[in-house]
Design a protein around this ligand. Structure first.
Ligand SMILES: [Fe+2]
Length: 297
């Protein structure tokens, strides 16, 4: 995705222009190998452990000329990047792994001079990332509950096991920001299908923290709902209404009413609409949707 970024709060700081394993990372490197047998943990899928030092990133070598229209913008992508690499033979899923952001920032610079680019990367330091770092293990693995040998019973037992594990470790959100990004209300949100959005700074890509759609309003809404809504959860593919700037999204849960449809004000501070989606009789997993001026599909 691309977006404009001139926020002085996030102005780059002095950098050594190198990469290193950050000082807060507790998982040691000796267990890592470039020759992991799993196809999603080797080659281009092998996790990156080093992060760019400082907020400024590393200056990129430019071959040719960067278009003037990119000046002051940033390209950012996210993807699974396991902090704790599973042992050889352990189940693993393509979606497993804490999110890591990679960005190329096209500096505002001086008009008339060539546009310069800087690269930076950061793990999304979500709650689930911090727990995985503290406990030295992945906090949720789809590979362990959805592998070919699991079956339905294995899936149910796996879910129960993770529920216990999350209660024991006091993990409240499995949102690891590894699936998609949304730039909304002057925030860059790192998203995953079933967790809280995680707010990050641009262009540094440092993590700000879990993002709530106006906490006070959430509490007010919970008073009127049987079990309390899950509106702090947002799937990975929200849509921004091009006319109002509002964020439109759905979310789902494992108990009735299974799914909600929600709208957040353009400034990102107020939940203006939320209703259960009618007609859903069981827990589901929905990926993406589209909106028009009158329908959401
Ligand atoms: Fe998705």
């Amino acid at each position: 995705m691309t977006f404009e970024s001139h926020d002085p709060i996030h102005a780059p700081q002095k950098s050594s222009g190198t990469t290193a394993i950050a000082s807060d990372i507790k998982v040691r490197t000796k267990e890592r190998t470039k020759a992991h047998p799993h196809p999603y943990l080797s080659g281009n899928f092998y996790p990156v452990f080093e992060e760019t030092v400082g907020d400024e990133g590393i200056e990129c070598e430019v071959i040719g000329t960067i278009p003037e229209s990119l000046r002051g913008s940033q390209y950012v992508r996210t993807g699974p990047n396991s902090l704790n690499v599973p042992k050889d033979g352990a189940p693993h899923h393509f979606f497993d792994g804490e999110g890591m952001l990679h960005g190329v920032y096209f500096e505002p610079g001086v008009e008339g001079e060539p546009v310069r680019a800087r690269y930076m990367n950061r793990w999304v330091r979500s709650e689930v990332f911090l727990k995985a770092n503290d406990h030295g293990q992945m906090m949720m693995s789809l590979g362990r509950i959805m592998g070919p040998a699991c079956g339905f019973l294995g899936f149910i037992l796996g879910i129960l096991w993770y529920r216990i594990k999350h209660a024991f470790t006091r993990l409240k959100s499995v949102g690891n920001g590894n699936t998609a990004l949304a730039f909304f209300g002057s925030r860059l949100l790192a998203l995953q299908e079933a967790g809280k959005p995680v707010e990050t700074s641009v262009p540094s890509l440092n993590t700000t923290g879990d993002y709530y759609f106006e906490e006070e309003n959430v509490k007010e809404h919970e008073k009127n709902t049987k079990k309390g809504p899950k509106q702090e959860i947002c799937t990975a593919h929200p849509k921004i209404d091009p006319k109002t700037g509002e964020l439109v999204f759905f979310s789902y849960r494992m108990s009735h009413p299974f799914a909600y449809y929600s709208v957040v004000s353009a400034d990102g501070k107020r939940l203006v609409w939320e209703e259960p989606i009618p007609g859903i009789q069981k827990s589901i997993m929905m990926h993406d949707f589209a909106i028009t001026s009158t329908y959401s599909m």
